[in-house]
Structures are given as C-alpha cells and as structure tokens.
Design a binder for this molecule. Structure first.
Ligand code: NPW
Ligand code: ATP
Ligand code: MG
Length: 347
C-alpha cells in the first residue's frame, strides 16, 4: 500500500530528476554527445591497440637485401584444388607470392592442375593429391617448404581428405607450420585430434566453419553474444592452436590472448577473400616464427602473423572497393596487395 509520505517522496524524486534533466539539457552536453564521446574513446582505444599490433607485424617483416638467395623469404605450399574448385588454391598461392614469398607450390588433384597452371606461370603445380602415393609425393617436398596452407578448394572427397590427413601428420612430424582453412577445417571438425595441441597451427574459419568446429569440439552450440569467449574457448579446447574467426571484425586467439582486427574493409563480400587471407598468412607465419618472440614483444608470433594477414586482406578489400565498387572481385583485391602492404607495413 502506498502511504502519503511515500507518495510525497516519489513526487519529490521525480521533480529532482526532471529539474536535473532540464538543467543538463540547458547547460550540460546532450546525451547523444555523451554517448558519442564514450564511443569515440572506446574506438580510439581500439585504434591504439590495432596500431600497436601493426607495429609488431612490421617488426617481423624481413628486410629486402641483395645478399639473399631465392627461397630465403619463403617457400610456401598450398594443399587444395579439385575438379570443382581451382580459383581458391590459385588465390591462396598467388597471394603468398604477392606478399613476398619467393616460391609458391600448389599440391592439387590431377584434374585441377592444368587449369591452375594456366592461370599463372608463377606457380609450381603438382597434380598429386588424388594419387595413391599422394602423401609420399608431397613428403618429398616438405623439407624444402617453410609453411603449408591446407584446404582452399580441396573439396570433401573422402579419398582426398585421407591423403590430406597423411600430409598433415607428416608436416607435424617435421614441425612445419600449417594454416588450415576451408575444407581443411571440415577435416579438422571430423578429427580434431589431428591438430590438437600443435602449436604451429593456425585455423582460419569463416562464420559457418567456426560454428561447425565449435559444435564438433565443444559439443554444443556457441554463444553468439560472446564471440571473444567462443574463440578463446575453441582455441583452448584445441590445445591452444591459434584460431582466427573471420567476420565483420576478425577475432583472433591463442587461448591466452584475444585480438580484434577491425581494419576498414568494405561491404563487398565476393568469394575468395578468405583464400587471399590464408595464402598471405602462410608467408607471415613463416616470417613471424623466423623473427621470434623478441620481435613480437613477447606476443605470440602466430597471433601477430594472423593479425597482419587479417589487416592486409581487409585493406586490399578497402582499396579495391574504392576503385571498383560493387564489381570488386578477389582478383581486384590481389592487384592491391603491394600497395596495401606498403600502406600498412612500410610506413
Ligand atoms: N573461386 C573458388 O574456387 C572459390 C572456392 N571456394 C571453396 O569452396 C569450398 C567451400 O567453401 P565455403 O566457404 O563455400 O564453405 P561452407 O563452409 O560450406 O560455407 C558455405 C555456406 O556457409 C554459409 N555462410 C558463409 N559465411 C556465412 C556468414 N558470414 N553468415 C552466415 N552464413 C554464412 C553460406 O550459406 P548460405 O547463405 O548459402 O545458406 C555459404 O554458402 C572450399 O573449398 C573453398 O575453398 C571459396 O574459397 C570461394 C572461392
Ligand atoms: N562483414 C564483414 N565486414 C568486413 N569484412 C569482412 C566481413 N566478413 C568477412 N570479412 C573479411 O573478409 C575476409 C574473408 O572472410 P570471409 O568470412 O569472407 O572468408 P571465407 O568465407 O572463408 O572466404 P572465401 O570466399 O575465400 O572462402 C576476412 O579478411 C574478413 O575480415
Ligand atoms: Mg573460405
């Protein structure tokens, strides 16, 4: 029951609130401005974090030098490419070269090889992935490769996936860094033990691939309101492999630290952008591990590499979109790799 004294207190309270609001409206900053300021402070903070991490990426980039020989700045292998998908392994492998690797190999199914070769004379293409000796054929090259990118355009044929499983095991045995993307993530979702605890693995799932992996590894749907926590938990559950969840903002974690990349891109979402990211990341992972934790100020070299690849992909998208608008395709983005790299990392 409301007493007379209680009602009087409530009225007095309402009057005070109304007077304060009126005073604030007359003499104080409007609410919009307060919110806007809070938002811009948060934004400025995250821009500062991004700038600090970009500086770490700059630290791992090897200097161009006339004393180096061909191959020293990176020999990267892409495992993928089947009858249906020839663009994805091409995008990944050419991006590795454009970022600065010296040699880029593609290990693909035999039907894809002539097509990929015809896209570019710059790639070394091995039609081995559907051969009964696939693992041995790729193993021959492993001692000469600095990093593997597994999955772009691989498809989901069981025989191919079995061969890729063998290639992953052989790469782990040699301590070769692996970036796992696209259908490589499909394989990992079937057999998480394949990469569990492998500290030189980076997974680059898109929205769909992330929820598939999360479901398989954590045996339950992810909390879509807590993307930081979901990426952190997935990385931890996989034994601290580095996970890059691509999206409107890219969220990266090694199970200990979480980074966010919100470099401005564009609203154009043509297929193949993820392939550009995974190919670039192959090179950056090699450079980061070569540079070591002194150059990354104690941060995980793989996280720094992943942040670099995300920023670069988004910057390529931004630049290509400024020129081509809605007609932007991944080939337009690849044409921007050199300028985007200079803008972000050679300032
Ligand atoms: N030119 C080429 O050769 C290229 C070949 N590629 C190769 O294709 C193969 C399959 O790769 P993938 O990414 O299409 O596979 P998968 O996980 O089945 O996802 C498919 C479905 O997921 C959904 N979806 C996606 N994002 C979402 C989001 N943000 N939010 C919500 N939903 C989202 C969406 O579903 P939909 O909207 O159609 O219902 C989408 O259709 C792989 O080998 C890859 O490398 C590509 O690299 C491109 C260039
Ligand atoms: N909504 C978005 N806004 C801005 N950038 C985005 C958005 N979604 C994805 N990206 C960027 O696009 C790039 C590729 O991410 P995407 O999720 O398209 O990968 P993908 O589906 O694997 O691509 P692909 O077609 O190559 O398989 C990443 O750099 C990511 O940051
Ligand atoms: Mg993809």
């Amino acid at each position: 029951m409301v007493t007379r004294a209680g009602a009087a207190t409530a009225v007095a309270g309402a009057v005070v609130v109304a007077l304060l609001s009126a005073a604030l409206a007359l003499y104080g900053p409007p609410l919009d401005a307060v919110l806007e300021r809070a938002f811009s402070l948060r934004k400025a903070h995250s821009i500062k974090d991004m700038e600090n991490t970009l500086q770490l990426v700059r630290n791992i980039i090897p200097p161009l030098s006339s004393t180096k020989h061909k191959g020293q700045d990176g020999r990267i292998g892409v495992v993928g490419g089947c009858q249906e998908y020839t663009g994805a392994p091409y995008f990944a492998a050419i991006s590795a070269l454009k970022v600065g690797a010296d040699l880029s190999h593609v290990f693909c199914a035999s039907a894809a090889a002539p097509v990929i070769k015809a896209y570019s004379p710059e790639l070394i293409v091995h039609p081995v992935l559907d051969s009964p000796n696939a693992v041995r054929e790729v193993e021959k090259w492993l001692p000469r490769l600095h990093a593997l990118v597994v999955g772009p355009g691989l498809g989901r044929d069981d025989a191919l996936l079995r061969n890729v499983q063998g290639i992953l095991e052989a790469s782990k045995a040699r301590d070769i860094p692996v970036v796992i993307d696209a259908d490589g993530l499909w394989l990992v979702a079937q057999q998480p033990a394949l990469i569990h605890g492998y500290r030189k693995a980076v997974l680059t799932p898109n929205h769909m691939e992330f929820s598939r992996l999360y479901d398989a590894v954590l045996r339950g749907p992810m909390d879509s309101d807590d993307s930081h926590g979901s990426v952190l938990r997935l990385s931890q559950a996989l034994g601290n492999v580095t996970v890059v969840q691509k999206g409107e903002r890219d969220i990266l974690s090694n199970g200990q630290q979480v980074l966010v990349c919100s470099q401005e891109g564009s609203s154009r979402r043509c297929g193949g952008q993820g392939d550009l990211l995974s190919g670039s990341l192959g090179v950056l992972v090699h450079w980061a591990l070569l540079a070591g934790p002194e150059k990354t100020n104690g941060s995980s070299p793989l996280l720094v590499a992943a942040f670099g690849a995300c920023s670069l992909t988004r910057q390529c998208n931004h630049q290509a979109f400024q020129k081509h608008g809605r007609s932007t395709t991944t080939s337009d983005m690849i044409a921007e790799v050199g300028a985007a790299f200079s803008k972000l990392f050679e300032t």
